[in-house]
Ligand binder design. Sequence first.
Ligand code: ADP
Ligand code: MN
Ligand code: MN
Ligand code: MN
Ligand code: MN
Length: 374
Amino acid sequence: DPFSSVTPVSVQPEKNRREGKAIISSRLNKFLQKRYLSLPQGDFCQATYVWIAYCGVDLCSKTRTMDFEPKTIADIPEWDISGQIEPFTTEMLLIPVCMFRDPFLLDPNKLVLCEVLKHTREPAESNHRNSCNKIMEKVKELHPWFGMEQEYTLLGVDGHPFGWPRLGFPKPQGPYNCSVGADRAFGRDIAECHYKACLYAGIKISGTNAEAMPSQWEFQVGPCEGIEMGDHLWMARFLLHRVCEDFGVVATLDPKPMTGDWNGAGCHINVSTVQMRAERGIEHIEKAIEKLRKRHAEHIRVYDPNAGEDNKRRLPSIHDFSAGVANRRVSIRIPYRVAQNKCGYFEDRRPAANCDPYVVTFAMACTCMLEEEE
Ligand code: ADP
Ligand code: MN
Ligand code: MN
Ligand code: MN
Ligand code: MN
């Protein structure tokens, strides 16, 4: 099994998230907050370390003072946390891997994405960046580019979709995708503030749009090369949860937050190599699709954190693989423009919204790029 090293830990973090009750931060006096946040901080710098929780879906953070402004990731020291599973006694290590500007505490303060290692320095169960990085190193001559489309759903802290009537439902789906208007676009402030926060931070965010279900939104990150895809998407998710905290709402990445005739939430991945982007690249795209067809079941198993169980709720069938040009009802889509130009990229529409981008890009490189390199 080529994916055994990235098989996710199976838990139900979304359950916890949806039972959350704290709305406190958003109710505090933001006028006062601004006064304190704008106090001069001397030569000191606040570094907020961000890491993926044991469940592989949630994010954690904690902040420390540095007595100079770090210029590169090498300037940030390792740190530690208490173990991520009960009895929380063994220490784990935080290894800084990627640094961003902090859009909340502002310059010169930093956000630092970390890998989690056990005290033996082996990767923690939740750490799929480690193996992802190794495979990206192996295929780097192909210059793999990825772009991911992160869909999410806004909930009130009571777990009810944001802005939906207390009893009953909004009007059926149809007018909401890319919509404008108070009766259609629910919670635009979140999407817009998150977008600006990402740009400030230095995340390669490439767009946003309202989705098919009211209170559902999407943002896109990419194109990113290699390991950068996971790094930037994970930090973009952190910013999303953090922005939502300020507004007193919750962003869930659950792939099917509302049962019935309501859209699920995915995280489409767009993929290309240097060969696919070059003239007659379509031949390389078609080869990649044939490889993906043969490994459909294995991919489904790692495209959500519950071994396919989450996608079972979202996809019409997790057993069927299909591919097509300009068709959005398929596993793999070749965009119309790509078919016209005979080069470009393809889109895998199967990953669920709560997938681990390190796992998905790992699987993509493993299936589509590895043999070509050897
Ligand atoms: P869709 O039409 O599926 O909704 P989007 O516009 O939401 O597409 O997202 C397209 C994604 O494809 C973006 O994240 C973008 O960065 C990415 N992308 C564009 N060109 C390439 C490429 N050559 N290789 C990989 N990803 C790409
Ligand atoms: Mn303590
Ligand atoms: Mn999209
Ligand atoms: Mn979408
Ligand atoms: Mn898409």
